[in-house]
Design a protein around this ligand. Structure first.
Ligand code: ZN
Length: 281
């Protein structure tokens, strides 16, 4: 199943994509949130869809993030070999973990707003995992049972805030609009092999990131199991699994986002998103 949320910011309704057509599911009466995932919502929604006539959604509608605001976004840093090298960092021995504020979440095609005083805003196409049921101390062997779905995320990063302002990375990762999610959440049955998905990002039409999840240093079962030793992962939580090489920081000279830039990104089977960069106002 492919889940979407659509409509005005903060007032999104739920929907599904079946074939090429998006349908409204707001009559189901639940948002795609922690309670939904925790209470076998995917299965219940599927049953509801089978029993009801669905209305198609106008194709021009704004898409929101496919999940309602989760309890946390946990990100993995430096999880592709070439990206670690371009960042001038060592290949990590254990997953690098950081948080991104959930207030950074926006819809897949919403504008990216440069923060005040931004000088080094950068892009990062990532495969994100949405947790389907509470995960605490899970084994790698069972970890994929805890996945509710997958989606595309752009882990926007302000490198000066991230790396030149002291402390950890959170300041450069959490600005408003720094976490476009979607276009849709795909349940695991939609994805044949999550460790063999091409992912790409274009800046103003030019491909700058182009890799495959087979290049992960730490695969998804490892990441889920690892994180669950340090925190409970709750239904609806988003885990972003790291970006491949091709970010602006790694270019010679480095290249950072400016108002007017257009960023497009996508992953096999998970669709694509598009953000226009705007100045702060
Ligand atoms: Zn990232």
């Amino acid at each position: 199943m492919k889940l979407i949320r659509y409509g005005k910011t903060g007032q999104e309704k739920t929907g599904v994509i079946i074939g090429e057509i998006s349908y409204d599911t707001s009559g189901f009466g639940e948002d795609y949130d922690e309670v939904f995932f925790a209470s076998d919502g995917i299965k219940r929604l599927s049953d509801w869809i089978s029993a009801n006539d669905l209305k198609a959604i106008d194709s021009g509608v704004r898409l929101g993030p496919p999940v309602a605001r989760p309890s946390k976004i946990v990100c993995i840093g430096l999880n592709y070999r070439l990206h670690a090298i371009e960042s001038g960092m060592e290949i990590p021995k254990e997953p690098v973990v950081f948080f991104k504020a959930t207030s950074a979440i926006v819809g897949p095609n919403d504008d990216m707003i440069l923060p005040k005083d931004a000088t080094k805003a950068d892009w990062e196409v990532e495969l994100a995992v949405v947790i389907g049921k509470k995960a605490s101390y899970v084994s790698e062997e069972n970890a994929l049972d805890y996945v509710g779905g997958y989606l595309v995320m752009n882990d926007y990063s302000e490198r000066a805030f991230q790396l030149e302002r002291g402390g950890n990375w959170v300041k450069g990762k959490s600005c408003d609009t720094f976490a476009p999610l979607g276009p849709f959440l795909a349940t695991p049955d939609e994805i044949e092999d999550v460790h063999d998905l091409n992912l790409w990002l274009k800046l103003n039409g030019e491909t700058v990131q182009n890799s495959n999840t087979s290049d992960f240093i730490f695969n998804i079962p490892k990441v889920i199991s690892y994180l669950s030793n340090f925190m409970s992962l709750l239904p609806g939580d988003v885990i972003s699994t790291g970006t491949p090489s091709g970010v602006g920081m790694g270019m010679t000279p480095p290249r950072y986002l400016q108002a007017g830039d257009v960023v497009e990104l996508g992953i096999d089977g998970l669709g694509s998103s598009r953000q226009v960069v705007k100045g702060h106002h």
